[in-house]
Design a protein around this ligand. Sequence first.
Ligand SMILES: CC(C)(COP(=O)(O)OP(=O)(O)OC[C@H]1O[C@@H](n2cnc3c(N)ncnc32)[C@H](O)[C@@H]1OP(=O)(O)O)[C@@H](O)C(=O)NCCC(=O)NCCS
Length: 185
Amino acid sequence: MLTDAPILESERLRLRSLLLEDAPLIYEYMRDSEIAANTLNIPYPYPEGAAEEWIQAANEANRDGKGFTFALVLKASHTFIGSIGLGVEHIHQRAEVGYWIGKAYWGQGYVTEAVRRLIAFGFDDLKLNRIHARYFDRNPASGRVMQKAGMTYEGTLRAHYLKWGDFLDAHLYAILRKDYEARRS
Ligand SMILES: CC(C)(COP(=O)(O)OP(=O)(O)OC[C@H]1O[C@@H](n2cnc3c(N)ncnc32)[C@H](O)[C@@H]1OP(=O)(O)O)[C@@H](O)C(=O)NCCC(=O)NCCS
């Protein structure tokens, strides 16, 4: 079993473990409430110390084999732009993908590129059988990322989350190993 986040590459991105030196840009990106508003566990306002704690916890989870959290870095400029992660449930050979990037980088296809690379990692290296993702109804851009990365809509979880005082619907997408292999052959 792989236990550390490896370095993965795609056309424009390098996916590597988070480093403490990524913290200043994490604080800058988290000043935008839209990232916290559309994700499950990011607080807003983003408190002092949260980035360092998150980096440490993510790297411990990587080492414990519970998941893989990667920094997304532009290969051309070495700029840290956001993060993508896989939470792995080994007993079911499945994982959930989650992601965010700084607002200045939205709409350029970066997260779709990263999700495609992570799906390949999940099936080819981790030998998973299923990779799924969920997004809040109010965040269709994330749904579009899932579609473009080859995931299939499986249903809507009604009022599944209580977020900042509102019950939110979440849409579920997934890709199975057999879909991935069929697409490659
Ligand atoms: C959602 C998010 C990850 C998208 O990242 P990104 O790199 O901008 O995504 P991409 O450029 O790869 O693709 C975005 C797609 O959504 C589309 N889109 C953008 N706003 C949209 C909207 N309001 N309605 C429908 N589609 C929308 C874009 O046009 C693009 O699709 P296209 O290539 O067919 O034109 C990014 O906005 C983000 O980090 N948001 C905050 C955190 C978050 O929402 N995380 C996901 C939690 S599930």
